[in-house]
Design a protein around this ligand. Structure first.
Ligand SMILES: Cc1cc2nc3c(=O)[nH]c(=O)nc-3n(C[C@H](O)[C@H](O)[C@H](O)COP(=O)(O)O)c2cc1C
Length: 219
């Protein structure tokens, strides 16, 4: 095969996906129950960071950005993650709440994609979750002006020291600029790798609060 200088250093590995298959009947309980089952499978498989999801947002200029965030809660009402509301993603979401997210668990040869609309969770939900975080993470949320430029790492460390002093001997409250978003899903795709690249792809889509419609897609 002819190779360009650019791809020469990348091994041309071909992994055969043989671990599983996906039947329509496997997903009979709907997308949220299926996601719950797949997350449990990923935990059982000792996947590193099974709850890490790639989150895509769109900026005011129309440009997409992705980054990883951790799924912290989810149920029929949506998927919740926590972040800095003044971060790049926070600013993006203030302008365009539609998001895409995906999970990849290589050990299980599975991918899940989600599309939906993100909105801030209630302050009570944020405060309750913030209280469960380790103190260092709580102080970090105060100290880090997420996504802003820093002169040097020392700036972050002196900000941390400042908040350690400020909250010495007391509980660290949740900063107003920090909290959760709930992604209310309108679409899911469950992907299971199969032999010869004939992967299984089953999608669920719905309009507003309508019923989920299941469709099989070509790989
Ligand atoms: C495994 C992993 C988990 C992460 N979890 C979060 C998270 O839950 N919330 C968060 O704000 N950033 C999290 N981050 C950091 C983000 O990927 C990102 O660097 C940060 O949120 C700033 O993104 P932004 O500038 O696009 O807003 C995580 C990164 C990794 C690699």
């Amino acid at each position: 095969m002819a190779r360009t200088g650019v791809t020469e250093s990348i091994p041309q590995t071909r992994i055969a996906y043989l671990r599983g298959s996906l039947e329509e009947s496997d997903l009979a309980d709907g997308p949220v129950a299926t996601l719950r089952r797949w997350l449990a499978d990923a935990e059982g498989e000792k996947v590193h960071e099974p709850y890490a999801m790639t989150l895509a947002t769109v900026g005011k200029d129309g440009a997409p950005t992705t980054r990883i965030v951790l799924l912290r809660e989810f149920d029929e009402s949506g998927l919740v993650f926590f972040t800095n509301y003044e971060s790049k993603k926070g600013l993006d979401l203030a302008h365009e709440p539609r998001v895409a997210a995906s999970f990849f668990w290589p050990e299980l040869e599975r991918q899940v994609r989600v599309i939906g609309r993100a909105s801030k969770v209630s302050r009570e939900t944020t405060v309750a979750y913030f209280a469960t975080r380790p103190r260092e993470s709580q102080l970090g949320a105060w100290a880090s002006p997420q996504s802003r430029g820093l002169i040097a790492r020392g700036e972050l460390e002196s900000r941390l020291a400042e908040f350690e002093r400020k909250f010495a001997g007391q509980e660290v409250p949740a900063p107003g600029h920090w909290g959760g978003y709930r992604i209310v899903p309108v679409g899911f795709e469950f992907w299971q790798g199969r032999q010869s690249r004939l992967h299984d792809r089953l999608t669920f889509n719905r309009e507003a609060d309508g019923p989920w419609r299941l469709t099989r897609l070509a790989p």
